[in-house]
Design a protein around this ligand. Structure first.
Ligand SMILES: O=P(O)(O)O[C@H]1O[C@H](CO)[C@@H](O)[C@H]1O
Ligand SMILES: [Mn+2]
Ligand SMILES: [Mn+2]
Length: 405
């Protein structure tokens, strides 16, 4: 019986979204701009990487061709002649350019409602929400209360947080309430408990996620976020591909952030890891363990959290190259009727203004030893990815999207 593996390259968009202007993102193109900067030496960093973007394995699966299909322009260093697999472009119908919207739609469930967002003002959070959080979680108050980049705000307020015991609360253009606190001075379990309370309080406001952002270090220069991030997310509004496969009695391996993003729904095996190499190892372990009909999904978050939001072009390019160099290991571990899908949930163009996600189309690169190469075009919803996998796994069709195989 077939199996399916999704490697979700968080934020690796390929430009061209027809509605990008409505988000202030017209012209954003994560992969395309990284390739352009790399071709002109602007993605060089001593000791890390240099020269044109080198992604031979993803390119062979159709990455360059997908970017060209999405934007009309072939990025420098990539090729428009894929060697195998099906390649195409995914267009999102959910309105949010956030992680849950992208992931749920990929798993066959576009988001039918508008998320709640916090305004760009200071304070950003409703005073009554914060008053309830402070009272119920027994806090001396909070710091932040604004839109911010997570690494900037711990540099700005980390000292005061350690001194006062007030957690740092911030948001972004996503539907999100984030809480940063020190792992030992404040305590990791206490941070999780505060986030649990915050999730109860923000759910009625349709806020998609509360995220615990623990950090360590004693000074502004040495503060560092740890791998103990935890996301408290709403449950998807309909059964996703994960639920459908689990309900059919098959295994669903959720690797990295995946389980959190689907609120654990439909997950039978949860594997954690920090950083691209470790998440890669977990994916290979899952492929080794997974039986017939299994669905394996890995979120490679670092592209987004370490490089996209940080507007770090050389770092992003190096991470793509490191992922690409290991792709042959997955392909070598595939059985004859395994299906591999590489895709993304939204863009996060590191050459763009600000530090937020960018509305973009995403690559859909599909490989199976059993499949002849072909183009699948621009798909009108990410849900086509979920329906393709559902069909591959022999599940009944869902309500959204169509299989492209
Ligand atoms: O700046 P950091 O803390 O990485 O936060 C980013 O990560 C969140 C989740 O993707 C986004 O909403 C954005 O705010
Ligand atoms: Mn994401
Ligand atoms: Mn993000």
């Amino acid at each position: 019986m077939p199996r399916a593996i999704v490697c979700l390259l968080d934020s690796v968009g390929i430009g061209g979204a027809p509605d990008a202007a409505a988000y202030g993102d017209e012209g954003a193109n994560t992969l395309g701009h990284i390739a352009e900067w790399a071709a002109t030496g602007k993605a060089d960093r001593t000791g890390l990487r240099s020269g044109p973007l080198h992604l031979p394995n993803m390119d062979a699966m159709g990455l360059g061709a997908a970017v060209k299909l999405s934007t009309g322009t072939l990025p420098p260093g990539l090729s428009d002649r894929p060697k195998g697999g099906r390649f195409g472009v995914g267009r999102e119908i959910s309105k949010g350019k956030d992680t849950p919207s992208g992931h749920w739609e990929i798993a066959g469930v576009p988001v039918p409602f508008d998320w709640g967002y916090f305004p760009q003002s200071v304070p950003a959070f409703p005073p009554e929400l914060i008053a309830q959080l402070v009272a119920r979680a027994g806090l001396p108050g909070i710091l932040g209360d604004k839109h911010a980049s997570g690494t900037d705000i711990i540099a700005e307020l980390g000292d005061e947080h350690i001194r006062t015991g007030k957690p740092i609360c911030y948001t972004s253009v996503d539907s999100v309430f984030q809480i940063a606190a020190h792992e030992s001075h404040f305590g990791l379990d206490r941070l999780y408990e505060v986030c649990r309370v915050a999730f109860e309080l923000t759910e009625p406001l349709n806020i998609g996620r509360v995220i615990a952002r623990p950090f360590i270090g004693e000074t502004r220069e040495s503060f560092k976020r740890t791998g103990n991030r935890r996301d408290y997310a709403m449950t998807p509004p309909e059964p996703t591909l994960l639920d459908r496969n689990a309900d059919a009695g098959r295994s669903v391996f959720a690797i990295g952030k995946i389980s959190d993003i689907y609120a654990g729904s439909g997950v039978t095996h949860k594997l954690k890891g920090t950083g691209i190499p470790q998440l890669f190892d977990r994916t290979l372990e899952a492929m080794e363990m997974a039986g017939e009909g299994a669905f394996i999904m890995t979120n490679f978050v670092d592209f987004d959290s370490e490089y996209g939001h940080r507007r770090d072009v050389p770092g992003y390019a190096a991470a793509l190259e490191s992922f690409d160099s290991r792709l042959p290991e997955i392909i070598a571990a595939m059985r004859h009727d395994d299906l591999l899908v590489l895709t993304a949930d939204h863009g996060n163009d590191p050459t763009w203004k600000g530090t937020d996600h960018t509305r973009e189309q995403v690559p859909i690169l599909v490989f199976s030893p059993a499949l002849a190469p072909a183009e699948i075009g621009i798909r009108s919803t990410f849900a086509d990815i979920g329906e393709t996998i559902a069909a591959w796994l022999g599940l009944a069709p869902g309500r959204h999207g169509k299989s492209f195989l």
